[in-house]
Design a protein around this ligand. Structure first.
Ligand code: SF4
Ligand code: MG
Length: 335
């Protein structure tokens, strides 16, 4: 499998009102061709900041890179000029967002918005770009694409707008697609259709996908691997089976416990009590210590190292230290 992206020890902070908020604190992960990596966590975990950093969409200042690298195609994104990033964005890396209305231009037809990238990055003529636009709308399952291509976003339904945004994002065959909560605003049926569509398109084009979500339910069907973020760090990473059937981090247990079960069981959903740490003054030790039912003295002052549980799973938790008491995941974390 060809590696598309390698993020090494990335740290990103924001300086606002005299505070220095350490939003991303030493995050490392990689993504391969044809692979979907889900980055999962609550809001404030650093997952969206991580995603936006890959596209260099963080306004700097107030944001800044504090260290690390983002190797894409063998080159470090953190070192690129704004001008170089303009060439990469939309061509090699595309992004889709939760709300298509904020990223679609309401004053331009969908066809013009698809054509823009094709004309800019692939030197197509207007006519070629129009024809490719019809193909793309067909590909993402928009009915009657010859007519729909000349319509404006407000003439589309919510699900169709999301499909149109995917068509725009895929127009230039990007090597990597970043999807930040792409289905959160949609009803469950359309959500499933959009996730299926992304998977089909990935099989056809080989695009690597980074899926940002707070919802582990979305991950089960859509991702190959998962990175669980909390307090600006990746606390556990593994393939989908490992995260769902052999999770080792208490925060992952909490996320699984707050996920609706497939059998619709009558258990109450367990929201994780408490709130995420203040990253203007991040905890010295484990970021989850203040909310973790298993926290020990060591957790408060010392950040746990990763324990490698398999070739694909690593977890940063003191419970995996041989001196720690043996703790089983709670029933609520069983899927
Ligand atoms: Fe809980 Fe300690 Fe593990 Fe953190 S390191 S998740 S506080 S047991
Ligand atoms: Mg977000």
């Amino acid at each position: 499998m060809k590696k598309i992206l390698e993020v090494n020890d990335l740290s990103v902070s924001f300086s606002t009102y005299g505070d220095d908020v350490k939003a991303v604190r030493g995050v490392s992960f990689e993504v391969n061709e044809k692979e979907t990596l889900a980055i999962v966590g609550e809001s404030g975990s650093g997952k969206s900041v991580t995603a936006q950093s890959l596209m260099r969409l963080i306004p700097m200042p107030p944001g800044k890179f504090d260290g690390g690298s983002i190797m894409f195609n063998g080159e470090d994104i953190t070192q690129k000029s704004d001008k170089q990033m303009e060439d990469i964005r939309g061509k090699d890396i595309s992004m889709i967002f939760q709300d298509p209305m904020t990223s679609l231009n309401p004053t331009m037809t969908v066809g013009k918005q698809i054509a823009e990238g094709l004309i800019k990055h692939q030197n197509m003529t207007k006519k070629e770009a129009h024809m490719r636009g019809v193909e793309l709308l067909t590909l993402v399952g928009i009915p009657n694409p010859d007519a729909r291509i000349n319509q404006y976003p407000h003439e589309y339904s919510g699900g169709m707008r999301q499909r149109a945004m995917i068509a725009i994002a895929l127009a230039c065959n990007p090597k990597m697609l970043i999807a930040d909560e792409p289905t959160t605003a949609l009803d469950v049926t359309i959500q499933a259709q959009i996730l299926d569509l992304m998977r089909d398109l990935q099989e056809q084009t080989g695009t690597a996908i980074i899926l940002i979500t707070h919802d582990l339910g979305v991950v089960a069907n859509a991702a190959h691997r998962v990175a669980v973020m909390y307090g600006g760090k990746i606390v556990e990473t593994g393939n989908v089976d490992e995260i769902f059937y052999n999770p080792k981090h208490p925060y992952t247990w909490g996320l699984l416990g707050s996920m609706p079960k497939i059998d619709g069981g009558d258990d109450e959903l367990q929201a994780i009590p408490g709130s995420p740490p203040d990253l203007a003054d991040p905890p010295k030790g484990c970021p989850f210590a203040a909310r973790c039912p298993y926290a020990m003295e060591v957790c408060k002052n010392h950040m746990p190292e990763y324990t490698e549980l398999s070739d694909t799973q690593k977890t940063a938790c003191w419970l995996l230290d041989e001196r720690a008491p043996k703790v089983e995941p709670p029933e609520s974390a069983k899927v």
